[in-house]
Write a protein that binds this ligand. Structure first.
Ligand code: 9WO
Length: 287
């Protein structure tokens, strides 16, 4: 799969893809990441990519012309010269929310991906309206630009491609973080040596070699942690489809009695911060 990134900071991407799984997949020819400098598509000697916003206000806005020229040039150069072979995505805080199911779809689509990174105060809206096929946000927060978001999307999609994790049957068709502990559950906690560290002991069951007990323990631990930290992923947090028996409180009795997660649990739901987590109240994004 070929990923294109359009950015005014091409050097930004020297780091994120030079390590680990994504690096190996590039070396193996499974995927290719092509970074394009937006300034290469300017015509003036100052290589201007931005201008003042109509209507007034703070800061600058990325101009449409270099972005249109860049995208049309990159897409036309793609194999088969068929624009339908490349999905053009604008990364922005106003986009539809990125999550595992979106990543699965992008990985399974068999299309190149071109990610446009915004900067300054924003991107001329005609890019979203008339150039991009899609507008994606990686979360409910404001970044300084789309580059970090592009790196997140590429990493998430890349590891789903057949062969990247060594699994020829693509993980793209599995469920959200399929940990093997149950549909939609987050991964279970992990421990390694030493068996005792500063007085904290690794759960005994993991040391006894009884693999049936270990499987059961891991499933329960995954369920408990998901219920405690991510109640939004549990069936109990979903609105009832019809009048029914009272739904147990999320987190009230974690463990085996917790409700199974619904298959739709990869979809974003109202997020409640975990009790241990710190951070501002959820709601309006401010900067
Ligand atoms: C600023 C702002 C201030 C108050 C309320 C909402 C607000 N949204 C923004 C905003 O979206 N600023 C952008 C930040 C301007 C262009 C560069 N920025 C950006 C963020 N590019 N890409 C992202 C982004 C964020 C999350 N997921 C994907 C991309």
């Amino acid at each position: 799969m070929i990923f294109h990134v359009l950015t005014i900071f091409p050097e930004f991407f020297e780091g994120p893809f030079a390590h680990g799984v994504v690096k190996r997949a590039q070396d193996a020819g499974i995927l290719e990441i092509r970074i394009h400098n937006l300034r290469d598509w300017t015509n003036d000697r100052h290589q201007t990519v931005d201008d003042r916003p109509f209507g007034g206000g703070e800061g600058m806005v990325l101009k449409p012309e270099p972005i249109f020229r860049a995208v049309e040039s990159i897409v036309a150069r793609a194999p088969a010269a068929n624009p339908a072979r490349c999905r053009v995505v604008l990364l922005s805080a106003q986009g539809r929310l990125f999550h595992q199911t979106v990543a699965n779809q992008l990985a399974a689509e068999n299309r190149e991906l071109l990610l446009i990174c915004g900067r300054y105060e924003g991107v001329d809206e005609r890019v979203a309206e008339h150039l991009a096929d899609d507008e994606i946000s990686i979360g409910n927060y404001v970044l300084s630009g789309g580059e970090l978001a592009a790196a997140v999307v590429i990493d998430t999609v890349a590891r789903l491609l057949p062969g990247v994790l060594g699994n020829e049957t693509s993980a793209a068709f599995d469920s959200f973080q399929d940990s093997g502990h149950g549909e939609g559950l987050l991964d279970c906690p992990h421990w390694t040596r030493p068996a005792e560290f500063r007085g904290w002991k690794v759960p005994e069951v993991l040391l006894n070699g009884n693999h049936q007990e270990i499987r059961r323990f891991r499933r329960e631990a995954a369920l408990e942690k998901t219920t405690r930290l991510r109640p939004d992923l549990t069936a109990a947090s979903r609105p009832a489809p019809a009048p029914q028996l009272p739904v147990p409180q999320a987190g009230a009795s974690p463990g085996l009695t917790a409700p199974a997660l619904s298959p739709a649990s990869h979809e974003p739901a109202s997020y409640q911060p975990a009790s241990r987590a710190e951070g501002p109240p959820q709601g309006k994004i401010e900067n």
